[in-house]
Design a protein around this ligand. Structure first.
Ligand code: NI
Length: 226
């Protein structure tokens, strides 16, 4: 009788464990790997172009948007708090010059904006819908910068370099649990990316401008929880 009861309790306990195991969407130690499409949409502003240190009034630069593959990985430090890394394939942008006649493409560049954020998940662990907010640090590395043929035709040949940027990032996102392991994800970041572009012309002149790229980054995708 006692053994039978014990067996029943064990079966019941196992049943509860299985049910609660599948119902707990987010808990300490969980990892979520998400992949999807990520778009960097700059909200750029810049100082006037400075030639050998003297600013040319009315000039500025702009930066176009670009879409790549994005990956985020979250590790849950507790049931409510996670730490996330954002990575992507390199983004390619064109920087255009304004105020020197008609706007023209001036610089092609690539960058990687790895971002580490601390995330807060306010919903109960069992909720299928898991919105989150995050705050983090971004390090943006620019590479493969080159002057466009339009720049060379309009101005001069030369070389260009953009400084790396270190700044704050804020994030809003949500995961929706499709099954025990699969989630749908959407997220948006606003990232403070500020850089100085320096162009060394073959003539010997130096052209500089401070650029606030400050993009919104959008990502939609699917995630695997394990
Ligand atoms: Ni900024």
């Amino acid at each position: 009788m006692a053994a039978k009861l014990q067996a029943s309790v064990s079966v019941l306990a196992l049943g509860v464990a299985l049910v609660s195991g599948s119902a707990l969407a987010y808990e300490q130690g969980d990892m979520v790997l998400r992949g999807g499409i990520a778009m960097v949409d700059p909200d750029a502003s810049s100082s006037p172009l400075a030639i050998n240190g003297s600013e040319v009034a009315g000039t500025s630069v702009d930066v176009d948007d670009n879409t790549q593959l994005g990956i985020t990985f979250t590790y849950m430090l507790s049931d409510d708090v996670g730490v996330e890394v954002l990575a992507a394939t390199p983004f390619s942008h064109t920087v255009s010059a304004k105020g020197l006649g008609d706007e023209f493409d001036a610089i092609d560049l690539k960058h990687l904006p790895p971002t580490v954020s601390v995330q807060y998940f306010p919903m109960d662990s069992a909720a299928k819908f898991q919105p989150y907010v995050g705050v983090g640090l971004n390090y943006t590395i620019f590479f493969d910068e080159e002057l466009t043929s339009e720049f060379k035709a309009n101005v001069d040949d030369g070389s260009v370099k953009l400084d790396d940027s270190f700044g704050l990032a804020f994030e809003l996102g949500c995961d929706y649990e499709l099954s025990d392991n699969l989630v749908l994800n959407a997220a948006i970041w606003t990232i403070d990316i500020d850089t100085e572009a320096t162009i060394k012309l073959d003539s010997g002149a130096k052209v500089t401008t401070d650029v606030d790229i400050d993009p919104l980054v959008y990502m939609v995708g699917v995630g695997y929880k394990f």
